[in-house]
Each structure stands twice: as C-alpha cells, then as structure tokens.
Ligand binder design. Structure first.
Ligand SMILES: Cc1cc2nc3c(=O)[nH]c(=O)nc-3n(C[C@H](O)[C@H](O)[C@H](O)COP(=O)(O)OP(=O)(O)OC[C@H]3O[C@@H](n4cnc5c(N)ncnc54)[C@H](O)[C@@H]3O)c2cc1C
Length: 383
C-alpha cells in the first residue's frame, strides 16, 4: 500500500530496507539467542542516519520529516524490533525530549552525540511500584545549593546498560504529577548503577535495565525544563514514542505477511500449495488488511505531526490498533508455518515474542483505551 511519498522519503525507505536486509536480518536469530545484538550495528545504523532522523542538521541530524521517521521505524520493526527499540528510545524518547525542552547548551552537548550514534540515551520513567501510574513515581531529587541530589530506582529501562546518558524523572515536590522534574544524568556519575534485566520473552537483543540512583549529584544545568515540568515532558515524548511503537508494529505485521506468503506458496500439503487452501488465505488476508489499516493510522499521525497539529489521540489509536494487530499477525504467521513456526529457524515466533511487549510499554492497551475514551467522552476514568 502506498500513498504518495516524496522521492526522498521513498529513497530513505529503500535504503533502510536494503541495509537491514543485509546487516540485520541474517543475524537477528543469533542476536536473539545471544540476548544482545552485535553492538557494531549501532555505528552502522548511525551511518544510514537512523539515530538522527528527526534531529535538525545544525545538531548533526538529518532534519527529516516525521513520515520519513515512521518509514524508518517500520523497516526496523520488519527487520528486528530490538533494533527499533534501541533507535526509538535514543533518538526518540531521549533525543526529542532534549530537542523539545532543552537549553541550547543541552542540545549542543547531547544531540550531536545521539545523532552520530556515539552516545545512546535512555528514558527513565517507570519504577518498580509505578508503571501505568507514572505520575506517582517516588524517585527523589533534592536541591543542594546549585546541585540536585537524586535517589531512587527505575525498572525496565531500554538501553539502560548501554546508555551514556539517562533522562531521569524524579520528584522535587509532593504535588503528584506536578511535582516531577526531568534530569539529564550521565550514566558514569557517582552513585549511578545499571543492572541488566535478563530472561525477557522478546526484544532479547536489546538491553533492558534496572537503574539505581544513590545520592547521584548533578548540577542544576542538568535539569531539563523547569521544576515540575517533568511529567509534561514525559507525556509529550510518549505521545510521539507511541507513533514510533505503532510504526514498528506495522513493520512486524508486514514482515509476518511477507514471510507467510513466502512459506504458503512454497510448501505443499495434500498435493497443493498451502496458499491454495482458503483457510490459509484467510489468515494471510487478515494480515494484509491489518498492515494497511495500521499503516494508515500511523501515517495519519506523521502527517499531523509534520503539520504541527494535535496528534495525541491519533497516536493512542495507532498504538492500540497496530500493537494488537502485530500480536494477531505474528500468531497467525505461526499458524501458517505449522510446527516450523514454533522454531526460531523461521521468523514467525520471534515476531510474536517481540510483538507481545508492544501492547504493554509506552502505555498498555488498557491505558490507550482510557485515553481514547477520555477524548471521546470528556470524562477522565483515571481518577
Ligand atoms: C521490554 C520493556 C522495555 C521498557 N522500556 C522502558 C523504558 O525505556 N523506559 C521506561 O520508563 N519504561 C519502560 N518500560 C516500562 C513500561 O512502560 C511499563 O511496563 C508499562 O508502562 C506498564 O507498567 P507496569 O509494567 O508497571 O504495569 P502496571 O501499570 O502494573 O499494569 C498492570 C496491568 O494493569 C492494567 N492497568 C493499570 N492501570 C490501569 C487502569 N487505570 N485501568 C485499567 N487497567 C489498568 C495495565 O493495563 C496492565 O494490564 C519497558 C517495559 C518493558 C517490558
């Protein structure tokens, strides 16, 4: 399915697909088994421009539009969602927060490093006791002269053990979400520790960490935005992050469709191709419809963002639909493969394991429904 893409957008998508088909797809099963991608892929992805897609040229990025960004995220999702997560968190959740809310010094300090892939960023919002209810987080930042001293714990932080800098959300007052402030914390700061979370169902190639902050001292110049603005920064970043997750899910659905068609047209049972059975075609038809529908929802978000229009509810709809569609498509892809789909020699089972988290992070499906429901009814069901 194609709406009109510019020559540049088309060229980037082709470049991204060709690169990933050669540099990621042949290795993804091994990376998954190893529970880590080969970190050399980071520099290679940076050369293609993945880490600077929406960072302006003056800070070393490509300065591309958001549609180009989602095209890149779709290709990453089709190839390996672990890579999509690494890029999306560093360039997206971290980079876009700095771009949107940082001082000129903060942008100069971090954005060229993020865009070039020489540094990775991470986004530290979730805590052991506050996930969906992030506005009630309990990590603390105490003002001490011209410094802040941070204490607390973060959980499930993508890139956490690889990042050079963490965007940490901590409480500067007891005023609920309005008491949260954001900080740019170098991960080599004294008192900062990251421990790998092992044994994940999917996204096994990417680092996921628990962060421990014990009297971590940062200067006030490390504060991102104003005191009390942290929750707004987090929610603004997550709105765009949801579009990225949704785009990655489009890639999963597309990958499931392609691999299912390939298998169904090459394997024979009862003397004919699997693709000749109507019930197999039904599985494939559902994937095809889901791919188009999810892609259109994602592209609508990108269009709204590129035109500077509000896009939060559209992002929730895209994320909800695309993530559920990705789980559906991957489950159906395993069905098309039969027993072979249960083994990691073929991509279907990895698509399912990777897809499963998409309905959980950056706001679960239930949370997206509450956001959409609130927008439709004007009634806030969170309180
Ligand atoms: C692989 C991975 C990577 C991650 N990366 C990051 C990261 O980089 N940075 C970061 O900050 N976080 C990250 N997360 C955390 C993720 O965003 C949270 O797991 C997610 O927000 C859900 O929070 P929770 O796990 O605490 O679940 P909970 O909030 O405890 O929810 C549990 C269940 O209750 C439901 N529920 C909760 N509240 C409501 C409600 N009001 N109404 C109806 N149902 C409700 C949820 O939908 C869910 O089904 C990551 C998680 C994973 C698994």
């Amino acid at each position: 399915m194609d709406l009109t893409l510019t020559d540049e957008q088309q060229a980037f998508r082709d470049l991204a697909r060709d690169f990933l088909d050669h540099e990621a797809v042949p290795h993804r099963t091994q990376w998954d088994r190893d529970e880590s991608v080969d970190l050399e892929i980071i520099a290679k992805m940076a050369e293609i421009g993945f880490f600077g897609l929406t960072i302006p040229e003056e800070y070393g990025g490509l300065g591309g539009d958001y549609l180009t960004y989602v095209l890149g995220m779709e290709e990453l999702g089709r190839a390996d969602s672990a890579l999509r997560g690494i890029v999306s968190v560093s360039n997206g959740l971290f980079g876009k927060s700095v771009l949107g809310f940082g001082t000129e010094e903060q942008k100069q300090e971090w954005l060229p490093r993020i865009a070039s892939g020489t540094s990775l960023g991470c986004f530290g919002l979730t805590e052991p006791d506050t996930g969906s209810d992030a506005g009630n987080l309990t990590s603390r930042a105490r003002r001490d002269g011209d410094d802040y001293v941070l204490n607390g714990q973060k959980l499930f932080i993508t890139n956490g053990t690889w990042a050079d800098v963490a965007l940490v959300f901590a409480r500067t007052s007891d005023d609920g979400p309005r008491g949260v402030t954001a900080f740019l914390v170098p991960t080599d700061a004294a008192g900062f520790e990251a421990r790998e979370v092992k044994g994940k169902l999917g996204l096994r190639g990417q680092a996921t960490a628990e962060l421990f902050l014990s009297d971590v001292r940062v200067p006030s110049s490390a504060r991102l935005g104003e005191e009390g603005q942290g929750f707004k920064i987090a929610m603004t970043s997550l709105d765009k992050g949801r579009v990225s997750v949704a785009a990655g899910c489009v890639g999963i659905v597309q990958g499931c469709l392609e691999t299912s068609v390939s298998y169904a047209t090459s394997r024979t049972q009862f003397g004919k191709q699997l693709a000749g059975f109507q019930l197999v075609q039904a599985l494939i038809a559902d994937m095809s419809v889901d791919a188009d529908a999810a892609r259109l929802l994602v592209w609508r978000c990108a269009d709204l963002i590129d035109r500077g229009e509000p896009f939060g509810t559209a992002a929730s709809k895209a994320k909800l639909f695309a993530s559920e569609a990705a789980v559906r498509a991957a489950n159906n892809a395993i069905q098309v493969y039969g027993g072979a789909g249960y083994v990691d020699e073929h991509p279907a089972e990895k698509y399912l394991r990777d897809a499963r988290v998409m309905t959980l992070y950056e706001g679960t499906s239930q949370i997206q429904k509450l956001l959409i429901g609130r927008a439709e009814t004007g009634v806030n069901a969170f309180v």
